[in-house]
Design a protein around this ligand. Structure first.
Ligand code: FES
Length: 165
């Protein structure tokens, strides 16, 4: 499975949500970063069509929007999954087998770190340290921490989460 994801947003969906975002601003180019943040909160990423509308609203070139959104790691240009999995690759986790846990997750979800599953259920990321080194190796799903991870526990944890909702 290639993580080539698309979403089903219509132009009207985008415009409705953006009108709501724009209602909090005056159209000043200094407002670009907070507008991008709020837009990303709405869509969980920055759709290209939304960036075009933001450029129009702020009367700045689209290339400026792309420049800013690619400069800051917080901005995502592709849709994120409903559940964000973060695998710690900090030193404590690394020496206790985080690499194997990550490989197992990649295998089970059929994506690589940094990618999203085709069904937009999961996005897989790695992080430097989640501050729970005593539980190494660790991972989080939607902010919930799973410690002392093993390759065997991966199926259990992913299966567990798939029952949620
Ligand atoms: S290094 Fe993984 S939680 Fe600290």
């Amino acid at each position: 499975m290639i993580a080539l994801v698309t979403d089903n947003l219509t132009k009207a969906d985008i415009q409705d949500k953006l009108n709501d975002v724009f209602s909090h601003y005056h159209g000043d180019k200094q407002e670009l970063i907070p507008i991008l943040q709020e837009t990303q909160e709405q869509f969980r990423y920055l759709p290209a069509a939304a960036m075009r509308e933001i450029a129009r609203f702020l009367r700045i070139p689209e290339s400026t929007i792309y420049g800013v959104s690619t400069f800051y790691a917080q901005f995502k240009l592709t849709p994120l999954g409903k559940k964000i999995i973060r695998v710690c690759r900090g030193t404590a986790c690394h020496v206790r087998g985080a690499g194997k846990v990550l490989t197992e997750i990649e295998k089970q979800l059929d994506i690589k770190a940094g990618q999203t599953t085709d069904d937009l259920e999961y996005t897989l990321e790695t992080v430097a340290c989640i501050g729970a080194c005593a539980l190494a190796p660790t991972m989080t799903i939607e902010g919930e921490t799973y410690g002392k991870m093993t390759t065997k526990k991966v199926a259990e944890v992913l299966g567990d989460r798939s029952k949620v909702e």
